[in-house]
Ligand binder design. Structure first.
Ligand code: ZN
Length: 244
């Protein structure tokens, strides 16, 4: 069956003499693995469209028995041009694309995630990301993937701590602890104001400096991701090395 959709290209690799395997994140079917026959040779057919981080209109053929779809046509909607100008931009695009690729299942539609990745890839080309931007986009991705850390209520007893008590976080349990539960459950303690700011970017900033937000917020999220999602992103180490 022939499908038309739009897609963001997460990654590509050469396959055999002349083909290309392309990981797509589509608007209507989520992640797909496609094979583009002759893509390495035929300049006319896929002229520069099947490159990482491009946004394309795509036509693909799907056989119910095959795991891969066959890419028939691709037209550029928005090119990746602008990402190549710095290593940092390339790392950012690579990281958020890998994040999407690793944490989604094939053919599981998630339009909110599609639009978020579209926004991120667009933003990477036009603004310089600060560490806090990276944090917020990561949190938004986790949110759309259903893996948002619980910053609202104690993950053990369900109580909602007051704002000044929002300092205990258990990466293993994926969220905050109230003062009572924090006495018995292993966790980390974070500076006051950090968790409320992670929970909401619009939260008044005075309680915690950007520097603390970046350092401690990053630490919290790294631990959460490594305990909770059990994945390590190849691109992340590289990104850290260029963002400091
Ligand atoms: Zn509790």
């Amino acid at each position: 069956m022939l499908h038309k959709d739009e897609a963001l290209i997460l990654s590509t690799r050469a396959f055999g003499e002349s083909d290309k395997i392309v990981k797509l994140y589509t608007l209507n079917s989520g992640k797909l693995t496609g094979i583009a026959k002759g893509a390495k040779n035929s300049r006319k057919r896929f002229a520069n469209t099947l490159e990482p981080f491009n946004h394309i209109d795509v036509e693909y053929f799907e056989k119910s028995t095959a795991t891969m779809v066959r890419i028939e046509n691709a037209d550029l909607k928005e090119s990746n041009s602008g990402i190549e100008v710095s290593l940092k931009r390339a790392c950012l695009a690579g990281f958020f694309s890998e994040f999407t690729e690793r944490l989604t299942k094939e053919k599981e539609k998630n339009q909110a995630l599609f639009h978020l990745l579209e926004t991120i890839l667009h933003a990477v080309k036009h603004v310089e990301f600060r560490t806090v931007d990276i944090l917020y986009y990561e949190l938004q991705m986790l949110n759309h993937l259903g893996y948002m850390p619980n910053f609202v209520s104690c993950v053990y007893c369900g109580k909602k701590p007051g704002e000044l008590e929002l300092v205990h976080f258990s990466p293993q349990r994926g969220g905050i602890l109230c003062p009572g539960c924090s006495r018995t459950i292993p966790h980390r303690t974070y500076p006051q104001g950090l968790i409320p700011r992670l929970a909401s970017p619009d939260h008044p900033a005075e309680a915690v400096s950007d520097d603390v937000l970046e350092r401690k917020g990053r630490e919290l999220l790294e631990e959460f991701i490594s305990f909770h999602l059990d994945v390590e992103f190849k691109s992340y180490r590289l990104l850290r090395s260029v963002t400091g």
